[in-house]
Write a protein that binds this ligand. Structure first.
Ligand code: COA
Length: 322
């Protein structure tokens, strides 16, 4: 039997600086009321210059390792999801590897926007199942404050910075169904122009700012995410009622609520952090998972469904027995 990927530890890092809607409204033509009504967001964290994706990813990874009671020497590989890497290369995962003092194994980044963490989890799970690694750090780390267009009030109020991480450990012969039960990842490149960043180091004349057609993204998000959840349930012969916790991508309270309603899930089974963190892209799912883990809501043995969607379009799910 192939090993299961156990979520042995969960970690997170948020920049010190908190920016409320009212503070944003001093420089952006917006109001706290508009932002809260349309998105649920009350505040976000913005990174200081030294708080890069590698810096925050390292901090989140350290807390995940500590939570797992693991050492850097237990890490066989690091997969880091980010759209805001420190450098084009080396991969941000390798900056984290060096900072942690990990001296073996592999490391690479995954660019799958807001679905990056679910993508990374899926790849790590496949590698553990294939016997290629026994301990893998999966990290989502983002500094979207550096790619926002401050002249576009329809997007710049929606995002925040932060990092989350899990340490996956191969579990063999435990006799239970603990660990990642399934992952499903999807992409539709033909929808690449509804949510994108208009440049990168390969295109020096483009500023590299986030562009979004909000209404279209909203429409696709609700239907794709509901499909992803149904796909995960069907693959495991489960019903929505079997799920203890839904940990969705934290983009918008209205998307989360619409999806919960579609699935008939009560809000007390959905972890929501978008009010405090805004949309932290690849970091949003592990940040939410970390919050519900450390405040004691999510417990060992419970069934947790993670899902996310992002620019690409990319989307997916992971079903986990904690
Ligand atoms: N403050 C005040 N007014 C704003 C504003 C802001 N920050 N941003 C936009 N507006 C205005 C618009 O100018 C527009 O004004 P008008 O009617 O006078 O032209 C009005 O609000 C409605 O704009 P619209 O863009 O149609 O709003 P919306 O109801 O679609 O809400 C989003 C905008 C972005 C909140 C919504 O589309 C959304 O949540 N989309 C999904 C976004 C998302 O989650 N993306 C990430 C997925 S990974």
């Amino acid at each position: 039997m192939s090993p299961r990927s156990i979520l042995a530890g969960i970690g997170a890092y948020l920049p010190e600086r908190v920016v409320t809607n009212d503070e944003l409204a001093r420089t952006v033509d917006t109001t706290d009321a508009w932002i809260q009504e349309r998105t649920g967001i009350q505040q976000r964290h913005f990174a200081a210059p030294h708080e890069t994706a590698a810096f925050m990813g390292t901090a989140a990874a350290r807390t995940a390792l500590a939570d797992a009671g693991a050492q850097p020497s237990d890490v066989d590989g690091i997969i880091l999801a980010t759209s805001t890497p420190d450098q084009a290369f080396p991969a941000t995962a390798l900056r984290v590897q060096a900072a942690l003092g990990v001296t073996k194994g592999f490391g690479f980044d995954i660019a799958a926007a807001c679905a990056g963490f679910v993508y990374a989890l899926s790849v790590a799970d496949s590698m553990i199942k294939a016997g290629q690694a026994k301990g893998v750090l999966v990290i989502g780390s983002e500094v979207y404050s550096r790619i926002l267009n401050w002249a576009d009030r329809g997007t710049c109020v929606l995002f925040g910075d932060g990092a989350g991480a899990v340490f996956l450990r191969a579990g063999e012969g435990t006799g239970t169904d603990q660990g990642i039960l399934s992952t499903h990842i999807h992409a539709q490149g033909t929808l690449g122009d509804i949510l994108y960043v208009d440049g990168a180091v390969g295109q020096p004349d483009k500023p590299g700012h986030l562009v979004m057609h909000g209404r279209e993204v909203f429409r696709h998000a609700v239907s794709r995410l509901a499909e992803a959840v149904e796909e995960a349930l069907a693959a495991n012969n489960l019903k929505a009622a079997d799920i203890d916790w839904l940990v969705p991508h934290q983009a918008n309270r209205r998307i989360i609520d619409a999806m919960g309603r579609k699935l008939g899930l009560s809000t007390d089974r959905v972890v929501i952090t978008v009010e405090q963190h805004a949309n932290t892209s690849a970091a949003s799912v592990p940040l939410a998972l970390h919050q519900a883990w450390t405040d004691g809501r999510i417990k060992r043995g419970e069934l947790v469904l993670l899902e996310a969607l992002g620019g690409g379009l990319v989307w997916g799910s992971a079903l986990v027995r904690m």
